[in-house]
Design a protein around this ligand. Structure first.
Ligand code: SAM
Length: 229
């Protein structure tokens, strides 16, 4: 069954405003509730891919807080914080560590319109010294209550919405898919529209078929696969 044109249009609309140059790096933020809430915010903001360093043996797990947003936001788990930092820096991201230390800057005084990665730490420990020392800048969200810090998912949402606000003001929020490469756009729209066929293509080691403007697959596929669509 081909995808309904209305559904395909919705997928395109969402992908058209995705931003490849905004992300989060989560250092050992393993609690399913926190991880789920952050990925849901990433989807709401228009993030293509989030990054994690997972310390849990069970791996990364989501709960209902995610509301399925993990389907729409890619997740790359790195083996160490150093590897993650190196990769993001090589890709041109400016890394903003989040700590309440005295050398941090108020996030409202920072510019998040360029390639930006917010680096957030776990509930109990915060960011490791390794991470803090490798940041381009350390930032904090001012607090005026009795409790010293925010929940990590609330801190992530505060920073991501500030980045989105700044980009809106600067007219930098993509409207027609220009926030990601044409290759990635083609890959993601296919995977979003036809997840089962995408997995089949990956297993077969073949390219994804082309889609028509209405989202129909322009190739004859095995009958058993067509029935799954
Ligand atoms: N005891 C930890 C510490 O000293 O960092 C507190 C960790 S806090 C509960 C969990 C994470 O949320 C932090 O590592 C940071 O990423 C983020 N966070 C919480 N409150 C923040 C704030 N006011 N400014 C910036 N980041 C904050």
């Amino acid at each position: 069954m081909p995808i309904l044109p209305r559904r395909f249009k919705r997928l395109q609309d969402v992908l058209n405003s995705r931003m490849g140059n905004l992300t989060v790096l989560l250092e050992k933020v393993d609690k399913p509730h926190n991880l789920s809430a952050i990925i849901r915010t990433c989807d709401a903001i228009g993030i293509v891919e989030a990054h994690t360093i997972c310390s849990s043996k069970k791996g990364l797990t989501f709960n209902s807080t995610a509301q399925g947003s993990q389907k729409w936001v890619g997740l790359t788990n790195h083996t160490s914080i150093n590897d993650a930092i190196k990769e993001l820096k090589n890709r041109g991201f400016k890394l903003f560590g989040t700590t309440l230390e005295s050398n941090s800057s108020n996030y409202l005084d920072c510019d998040f319109t360029g390639p930006t990665a917010f680096v957030l730490g776990a509930e109990k420990w915060g960011l490791s010294n390794e991470a803090k020392n490798a940041m381009d800048s350390n930032i904090y969200i001012p607090m005026q209550g009795m409790v010293q810090s925010l929940n990590v998912s609330v801190a992530a949402a505060t920073l991501l919405f500030e980045a989105l606000r700044q980009r809106k003001v600067a007219g930098l929020v993509p409207k027609s898919g220009e926030g990601i490469s044409p290759h990635l756009y083609r890959k993601l729209i296919f995977e979003w529209a036809y997840p089962e066929v995408a997995i089949w293509c990956q297993n077969e080691g073949r390219e994804y078929p082309n889609l028509s403007l209405q989202g129909e697959i322009l190739e004859d596929l095995p009958r058993s696969l067509k029935l799954k669509c």
